[in-house]
Design a protein around this ligand. Structure first.
Ligand code: PSU
Ligand code: MN
Length: 303
């Protein structure tokens, strides 16, 4: 038996083939500070619900992979300090050892796919870090996209990354990168990067149709949707560049490495922008949750 525990609401939605959207938990434990993290987790679930789908936030509690969390579980994650950050390498480790952990994009894709959930919303995916030619720091999110069938709705690769190299790796791995309603790839906190989007689609129904065609053809792996943040919420790329450069420089001086890099940079940038980067991060996650719900509804209608 798979170590999956379904929230009753999610179970009944899946049984009835209704629209469900998976949500990750690393963004709660390692991406945002308490108490905003818990408020955001709940608000993002509400966005999915208000759009007409059922949210399923995913995390590991005492060795069980939970598909859909209770309010108490969300609160626990928000306040927890020593929760593991789980990716493909350590998801089964945490389950085998009865541990508690938050799932990254990669681990959430694996869990969502086991649970039969096709659409997943996050903030930004992990990717190739700046300076990866020396550090080899490339997120496992990229190889996961190449092998697990999930539509991942993001605001593009996080802008702390090397966007060009991230797109190159995704191309090599055969992962479609589709920007929603734009020819230019977004850069997480900003609507525009300097990179042209490999693919573009303008409607949730087109994204659902594209995904179904990949399955018909027998192509394995996910689709990365890049959804630009609304104009009123963005911080323009030129304004972010200085903060990103400073935070990256400081991280390398401080010897930050491995799983710590992304959380460290996000929290340092929050300080440097006086909290503005967090407001923007929150807005883009909600924007992604809404699009993901629309895609899930389209898939449910045409399954
Ligand atoms: N999106 C956000 N904030 C985050 C993340 C995504 O807005 O903190 C998390 C995701 O869980 C993603 C992880 O998988 O950051 C990437 O971590 P790494 O670079 O160590 O692979
Ligand atoms: Mn890394």
């Amino acid at each position: 038996m798979l170590p999956l525990k379904f929230h009753p609401e999610v179970k009944s939605a899946l049984d009835q083939k209704n629209a469900v959207v998976a949500l990750e938990s690393t963004i709660i434990t390692h991406g945002m500070p308490w108490p905003q993290n818990v408020d955001v987790a709940r608000e993002v679930e509400d966005v999915v619900r208000n759009t007409g789908a059922i949210p399923a936030t995913i995390a590991v509690f005492d060795g069980n992979i939970h598909i859909g969390l209770s309010s108490d579980q969300l609160t626990f994650l928000g306040q927890a300090r020593d929760v593991m950050k789980l990716s493909r390498a350590d998801l089964a480790f945490a389950v085998a050892a009865g541990r508690t952990g938050a799932t990254t994009v990669a681990a959430t894709m694996i869990a969502a796919s086991l649970a039969g959930i096709e659409v997943f919303a996050t903030g930004g995916i992990g990717g190739v870090h700046k300076g990866a030619e020396n550090t080899f720091d490339i997120s496992a999110d990229l190889s996961e996209l190449a092998r697990t069938n999930t539509i991942v709705v993001s605001a593009g690769p996080k802008a702390i990354l090397d966007g060009e190299k991230t797109i190159e790796v995704l191309e090599t791995q055969g992962v479609p990168v589709v920007t929603y309603q734009s020819d230019i790839l977004p850069a997480f906190w900003s609507r525009h990067s300097t990179i042209s989007s490999p693919l573009r689609l303008d409607k949730a129904s087109e994204i659902a149709h594209f995904s179904q065609m990949r399955q018909k053809i027998g192509l394995k792996g996910g689709i990365l949707i890049a959804n630009p943040i609304p104009k009123e919420n963005e911080i323009p790329a030129a304004e972010m560049a200085g903060y990103i450069e400073q935070a990256t420089h400081e991280a390398s001086l401080a010897g930050v490495s491995g799983k710590e890099v992304t959380p460290w940079l996000l929290s340092r940038i929050l300080e440097l922008t006086d909290g503005k980067s967090l407001d923007t991060n929150i807005a883009l996650v909600k924007n992604n949750a809404k699009l993901a719900a629309h895609i899930a509804i389209e898939l449910a209608q045409h399954s």
